[in-house]
Design a binder for this molecule. Structure first.
Ligand code: HEC
Length: 169
């Protein structure tokens, strides 16, 4: 019930119109804070809803969203060397399960570690990756992003890298 009440605070029909949450006398209002204030109650409601075990469909949707973020990150950062789960630099170190197992990195933790610190000709992407020479010269990834990547790579490896062409498109 609580979530319903919170939503109603800002669910007037004007909510999505630009005027809905601003004062009329100010023709060029700073949208930021007021707009945020307007968005906060529905966001709160979403948090409340997500934390309730009753809404497992919502949790499943959140998981799907994570998988899509993982796929997008992979497409952006890893695909240059690991297109389709392969490895253009080192054919014996693909992201397919048989290689991951042989090389001892077939868990999410293992994949996280190699993505964070790198190995051999694979650069590390973690914010605290050292030594510099082993790390990417490009943008570093946040811990949460590396976790999403590890989850994505593990689940792709578990299912044999299906539909590889469509990811990130
Ligand atoms: C510049 C090319 C390059 C990029 C970019 C790259 N990798 Fe790698 N990756 C490699 C190489 C080379 C290896 C083999 C390293 C070794 O074993 O010495 C490897 C190995 C791995 C392994 C272990 C595979 C195995 O079977 O042992 C994982 C997991 C991995 N990379 C994940 C990623 C992820 C996730 C990204 C994107 C964040 C990424 N890589 C980006 C080149 C790259």
């Amino acid at each position: 019930m609580q979530s319903v009440r919170v939503i109603s605070a800002c669910s007037s029909p004007h909510f999505l119109s630009t005027k809905g949450c601003m004062k009329e006398e100010n023709p060029l209002p700073h949208r930021g804070p007021k707009f945020l204030k307007c968005l906060a109650p529905p966001l709160m409601a979403a948090v409340i809803t997500l934390s309730s075990p009753v809404f497992s469909t919502t949790a499943a949707l959140a998981q799907l969203a994570d998988a899509q973020r993982g796929a997008a990150l992979f497409h952006k950062t890893c695909i240059g060397c690991h297109d389709g789960g392969g490895n253009i630099l080192q054919p014996g170190a693909t992201l397919f399960m048989k290689d991951l197992q042989r090389n001892g990195v077939d868990t999410e933790e293992g994949i996280y570690g190699i993505t964070y610190y790198g190995k051999g000709r694979m650069p590390g992407f973690g914010e605290k990756c050292t030594p510099r020479g082993q790390c990417t010269f490009g943008a570093r990834l946040q811990d949460e992003e590396i976790k999403l990547l590890a989850e994505f790579v593990k689940s792709q490896a578990d299912s044999g890298w299906p539909n590889v062409k469509s990811y990130g498109d």
